[in-house]
Design a protein around this ligand. Sequence first.
Ligand SMILES: C[S@@+](CC[C@H](N)C(=O)[O-])C[C@H]1O[C@@H](n2cnc3c(N)ncnc32)[C@H](O)[C@@H]1O
Length: 342
Amino acid sequence: MSFCFNFDVPALTTNLDDAGGNGLQKGKKDNAAKPMEENTNLAEPVKEAKEHLLPSDPQLLLMDAVTETVTIGTLPPLHFLNETVFEKTACEREDGEKILSRTAEQRSDLISGVYEGGLKVWECTYDLLELIEKDGETFGGKAVLDLGCGAGLLGILALRRGARQVHFQDYNSTVIEQLTVPNVILNCQEEDEGESEDDEEGKGKGKIQAEDGIPPPKKRAVRDQSKHLLQAKCRFFSGDWSTFIALVTNELPQPKYDIIFTSETIYNTAYYPSLHETLHKLLAPGGLVYLATKSHYFGVGGGLHLFETFVEQRGIFSLDHLWDGEEGLQRHVVVLRFKMAK
Ligand SMILES: C[S@@+](CC[C@H](N)C(=O)[O-])C[C@H]1O[C@@H](n2cnc3c(N)ncnc32)[C@H](O)[C@@H]1O
């Protein structure tokens, strides 16, 4: 599988491994090669699930944004906030959870129960994007959940490929507010601006305002339309899976998803019961869960074999391998479906 990055700023790949191996993983490829270190914080209460509404002017989230683009085969280019710049400017962001400062301080990818790793794009996301490209999945009219979404690239692809509804969930509210929502807006903005070709002013990410700071009326109209479209199609949630299930299953009608994406979310065996329950409660009959994962998460303990055993014991889903990578630390894409639906 191959993909190409188009960086709007030079990619900085820094290896900050210290002697104890408690390194903050930076750069795309590093994620595969190095163990994922967990910093356990058992005293922390789990984060209660909540829904995040779009801000009144979502475009403000993109002011001065530095972005990068991933292009995979025939898929629409996907844009997202540059990780390195995001980290460097973390202190300027609102972070009620204090995860930006804590991850930097502790130089850790993961602080169990505090920060679950959503601030960067993990490698298996790209594997799943490539698989979708090969399989030609279109998402037309489907309801999609990007579970443990982080940057949200899988959900964004579904949105751009005609999904009727896309919901994004991440453990951390900071991730949803500072990364997922801006990324979704960034990609919707590109689509809308592409459609209004006679309106040339202010094109380009990060250059969204006219000189006086107020966009011209036509652009404002396009943006309002884009916001309404986003509101109609997308919802954003943060919090622990156990409370997320409770939140959404209380709704009427209860959301059910035709497709659930979940990438790099089975690293911690302690979360398997709530993850499995979420999939069980929220997958529509006949729906598919696409799970992308490494074989094993060193330093944390989870991995595909343990998750497969867990799924088998529960007896609810069948699990089939769609892609098994051979190189280095092995990676996989599997699909789960209700046993009776097979
Ligand atoms: C390693 S990150 C992967 C992010 C993204 N899917 C990717 O591939 O780039 C794991 C994600 O799983 C989610 N997650 C892990 N444990 C969770 C839990 N107990 N409750 C809710 N979300 C959880 C977090 O939202 C986190 O962003």
